[in-house]
Design a protein around this ligand. Structure first.
Ligand code: NOJ
Length: 717
């Protein structure tokens, strides 16, 4: 359909019909067996006509159900406008992939794109048109439960994954390719900066930090063509995102040139009353429509008050028309006017959902996402080793994590199943352990098994409800009962390996005496097989942290790309008046970029193809040699960091500017080259513009953000 035809439809619509297009309702308004409730429910007090005409629907799934709702919808709609189905498909539809934070640890754009592509296919055949993903909030505070939904703490890495996800979900042409769904960038903006890590809390960031650290990943997704943007719940500079003109009109639309619609988060327009910036629903509606929010999710400030606003001032009619046009354009981009059922297909649904190839992909991606944090040589295990598997995460299907509403526990390969299928001598504890309580029986069995076996694999961690939305924690240690279990087993067992299932970086002090620690995150449907493949060495772990692990919660936020202070600790470690804690180091326990493998790779030599450059249009080639000093085949993630020695604002001591994954055979030596575009050295200046300063830069290469021994100086004239 051409734009002119959409405009003709809009001309024919009554003002109330237009307002209805702006309303998003959840699936339970249309079906009795809705599954995805993702926010507080309230009585909306709307009539059947409004329900029948509400422009978009949240959380429907199942091809037949979606087709039925669509058929009714179009029949009842005077202009034959189709509805649009949206849902939170965050890390897989029914085939559940590792949580996004784990996907971040793959450092693999291909893996992330593949996850998005499979999620899109499974969603599309089930009748969905759009996913509320990618979530691109930069995260630095592991107390915030939603760190599990982000790919991590780094603007560059997050931006690379943002592009990969949008490409995977949307492909090249949403109208033609029914296996794809539209992507929604969220939460604009800086929701990850919630003070104290408490969900929905105030965000207070400087505009330079906002622009330099928080906004790039959203912008990358928008540049990659993402179709929708969702507002954040939080305030910035005291203004809630859903009424923030500067963010949405000036930055998103004028600067980032975003043309699609904006959707509020669940009830976020009405919540401006709670924020204390709107006296009532009418004022909330006014603030939101003026800010350019087109769709109101699950409250009815627009539906109840936009017409009143229009009566008072006709300018609101123009704003309403703009919003309706953007919504219809998105429906049109998805091809819904021509084919309102789009990819929905009950036959294909049976074929593709949770297919063997999707499971295989989920397993491989889970393997890539797991991070080996400690290994004193115990890993990999031999298949003959007598192993006892103990702990609350051993036999449970709770390996999927939050935002896996279509995933089913009984479709998950548990750690017990995975290890038993591979190991020849695996005994699984028969008394099921609880996450928060040890019974005498479970402890006794654990101790007995520790005595009888060569190795105890302890599967510990969080339940799925302990991370995700509304799941902040002030204490990020393992539950005390699990620490007690660890201590009891540690005292007896010859060797103890801990496999962690969790959605956030944890304080792991209590298990530091483990012989090996594998951070498996919430690995998804194929989690158990992936854990087994790593523990038995069929797969050499290649995951690298995309978010730092603190020593303890008191250090939070601890992240790698910090600035120097005026009194840096490193310059005078014995001095009193330097920036430090009296009781803990300044550094993360496990830093950004960190992760072990079974191989030992040395970094030798660093060379730049030019050490002096004249213009910021140039590209510099950075070459290093890798030497695999072991027999193990491995994948090494080579990381390139930069420090701008003198800037107009204090510059981070290191910033990731490139990376590559290199396959190395046993004992292989390989020279690799990374390209650094000098324009990527730009940063936000005090006048809020991006540019590169002439001067000296340190170019550093290494296996993680801490071990950066190879350094060269680059001079920009
Ligand atoms: C609230 C969450 O903040 C958001 O991420 C999600 O997409 C919506 N609810 C819809 O479920």
């Amino acid at each position: 359909m051409q734009k002119a035809e959409l405009l003709t439809i809009i001309e024919k619509m009554s003002p109330k019909e237009k307002v209805d297009q702006l309303l998003q309702l959840s699936a339970d308004f249309y079906t009795d067996d809705a599954e995805d409730r993702t926010g507080p429910m309230e009585t909306l007090d709307i009539n059947e006509t409004t329900i029948a005409n509400a422009g978009t629907i949240l959380g429907v799934s199942g091809a037949e159900k979606a087709m039925g709702i669509q058929k009714n919808y179009i029949e009842n709609n005077s202009h034959k406008i189709p509805t649009m189905f949206m849902a939170d498909i965050i890390h897989g539809f029914r085939t559940i992939f590792p949580i996004p934070l784990a996907l971040g640890c793959t450092w693999s754009k291909e893996a992330v794109e593949e996850m998005a592509s499979i999620s899109a296919l499974e969603s599309s055949v089930s009748g969905l048109h759009l996913t509320f993903s990618p979530m691109l909030d930069l995260v630095r505070d592991p107390r915030w439960g939603r760190v599990m939904e982000s790919t991590g703490e780094d603007p560059y890495l997050n931006s690379e994954f943002a592009k990969a996800m949008v490409t995977g979900y949307q492909g090249d042409d949403l109208k033609e390719d029914m296996s794809k769904v539209a992507a929604c960038v969220k939460h604009f903006a800086a929701y990850g900066g919630a003070i104290g890590g408490r969900d929905y809390n105030t965000v207070d960031v400087s505009e330079t930090t906002l622009r330099e650290k928080y906004l790039p990943s959203y912008q990358a997704a928008i540049d990659a063509g993402a179709k929708l943007v969702m507002t954040a719940f939080n305030t910035i500079e005291g203004i809630p995102a859903s009424g923030n003109k500067k963010l949405f009109r000036d930055v998103l639309r004028d600067e980032f040139n975003f043309k699609g619609p904006v959707i509020s988060d669940w009830a976020a327009i009405k919540e401006m009353i709670n924020h204390g910036v709107a006296a009532d629903e009418k004022e909330a509606a006014r603030l939101a429509i003026e800010a350019g929010v087109d769709i109101e999710m699950m409250t009815t400030c627009y539906d109840k008050h936009l017409l009143e606003l229009i009566d008072e001032d006709p300018k609101y009619m123009d704003l309403l028309d703009e919003a309706v046009l953007r919504i219809l354009e998105l429906k049109n981009d998805l091809g819904l006017f021509e084919n309102p059922y789009r990819g929905a297909d009950p036959v294909k649904e049976k074929e593709v959902i949770l297919s063997a190839s999707h499971r295989e992909s989920a397993r491989k991606i889970a393997e890539k996402s797991m991070v080996l944090l400690e290994n004193n040589g115990i890993l990999p295990l031999s298949q003959e080793t007598a192993i006892a598997l103990v702990g609350p995460k051993a036999t449970t299907g709770d390996l999927m994590g939050a935002w896996s509403w279509q995933g089913k526990f009984d479709e998950v390969v548990t750690i017990a199943k995975g290890l038993s299928a591979k190991g020849k001598n695996v005994t699984v504890a028969s008394v099921e352990s609880d996450l928060f309580e040890n019974t005498t029986e479970s402890l006794e069995e654990a101790k007995q098994l520790a005595k009888e076996n060569e190795v105890v694999v302890l599967a510990l961690g969080e339940a799925d409800w302990m991370s995700g939305e509304a799941a902040s924690r002030s204490d990020i240690r393992l539950p005390q009962s699990q620490i007690d279990l660890f201590n009891e087993v540690r005292a007896i067992a010859k060797k103890v390996i801990v496999v962690l299932i969790n959605g956030r970086p944890l304080d792991l002090t209590a298990i530091s005496e483990a012989d090996g620690i594998l951070e498996a995150w919430f690995p998804g449907t194929e989690g158990g097989n992936a854990v087994a493949n790593i523990l038995f060495g069929d797969v050499n772990p290649s995951g690298r942290l995309s978010m730092s692990f603190p020593e303890n919660v008191g250090q939070v936020p601890v992240y790698y790309n910090t600035e120097n202070t005026g009194r840096p600790y490193e310059s005078a470690p014995d001095e009193k008046y330097v920036s430090k804690y009296l009781d803990v180091s300044n550094y993360a326990k496990y830093p950004f970029g960190y992760g072990l493998s079974f191989a030992k790779v040395a970094y030798e030599g660093i060379a730049l193809n030019k050490e002096t450059i004249d213009s910021s249009d140039e590209t510099v080639e950075v070459t290093v040699t890798l030497h695999n000093q072991s027999e193990e085949t491995t994948i090494e993630t080579v990381q390139l960091y930069v420090r701008d020695l003198v800037g107009k604002t204090a510059r981070p001591l290191k910033e990731l500017k490139g990376f590559t994954q290199v396959a190395l055979a046993g004992n292989e030596r390989k020279e690799i080259t990374l390209s650094l575009a000098v324009k990527d050295l730009a940063y936000v200046h005090p006048d809020l513009t991006w540019s590169v300063d002439p001067g000296e830069f340190h170019i550093m290469v290494g296996p993680n953000s801490r071990e950066l021994d190879l350094v060269k100086t680059l001079v920009l004239k």
